[in-house]
Design a protein around this ligand. Sequence first.
Ligand code: NAD
Length: 425
Amino acid sequence: MQAYVDDIRSISGENPFESMMSRFDHAAKLLHLNPDLYKVLRVPNREFTVYIPVFMDDGQIEVFTGYRVQHNFARGPAKGGIRYAPDVTLDELRALAAWMTWKCAVLNIPFGGAKGGIICNPTNMSRSELERLTRRYTAELIDVIGPERDVPAPDLNTDEQTMAWIMDTYSMHARHTVTAIVTGKPVALSGSRGRREATGRGLLFVINEAVEKLGLKISQSRVAIQGSGNVGGNAALLMHEQGYPVVAISDIHGGIHNSRGLNIPDLLAYLAARQTLEGYPGGEAISNHELLELDCEILIPAATENQITSQNAGRVRCRILAEGANGPTTANADAILERNGVFVIPDILANAGGATCSYFEWVQDRMGYFWKEETVNERLKDVLVASFHDVMRYAETHSVNNRIAAYMLAIDRVAYVTQLRGIYA
Ligand code: NAD
């Protein structure tokens, strides 16, 4: 363990893990965190690497590498998504698992943090290969996941179907149906109403609070969104419905811009039909880089990590940066944004609607009683609005930016319960 700690001591702040660690260190220092707690909270609780043999459709066996990082259990079972991608790394999962711990603590929901992933290229795999991969990965982790231990959810390239396979595999081993083992399941399998839109809806709630705090007007607050998937697409639709002019949106190939505002329902129908925004006639084409630097009031990066770095942060012109993605801004970019007066709603608060609704799903599964969508949305609003104001209070009391305030609030909460429980050392 010492070597690991030494390893991460010198950090530059330009990749997700380094960004997370540098903000953690900054916040811990301002909190005067007890040195023993600092040592414990700075590293994940445990990490698993599994090698997953899978019969491919051609009859050959392929062995895939999978991971699950369980960062912290102090406040409850670990919670976090599973991603399938060729470039999954343990380092990235460590950052994402820690962010889940801090996110759940900012929301004050009774979960710790985890994240998992499998190195694979899901676009080249058949549905049955993906099913076998998912089931064997679940079987490998069967002793360390569970409703009281660690509750997975979808992430990049995994979805409701992946969660259904995990739930079924886990249930087969348990010899009874265990719905609370995963969240983000289909509603028919005891998923929660409103889960699909929850991250976009959460963004809308916290942005509304920020707009009011800064004295802006919804009808004059132009919105640019990088990414048009679950988070970006739903945020675009909900913001459009609320009366915000959404002037730009993109996918991985590039974006569409219209300074008078885009017709979002029409654009999303185009995207659903063609799987690309290329050629959409309602605006002019722009690149993803140009989108991040557009003159607008609200910028929502909702695609992937490391989009706003020390290289382009000085050209970001929005008034509010609401981080839909996890880790879209590097630690080195933070200081530049702060100098330029950008009001950052950090990822661990801004995109926390999904985690909150996952908590609601877990609660509903354990009660066996399912709420109406309006109830889910009302409770989602209560949690996010309260968390937004908790972070604002920390920022004001400690004279720090919103991101460091969110980390301080989260670390304070996790440190407090760790101290109450005592360290079993
Ligand atoms: P998604 O796969 O549904 O959509 C991703 C979108 O980003 C797509 O439009 C894709 O074309 C675009 N994209 C991908 N790579 C890109 C790149 N390099 N440059 C520009 N655009 C790119 O994924 P999602 O569920 O919407 O998640 C997006 C981000 O939000 C991720 O960082 C994820 O971890 C985070 N997040 C998701 C949820 C959730 O509930 N889905 C919750 C919290 C955070």
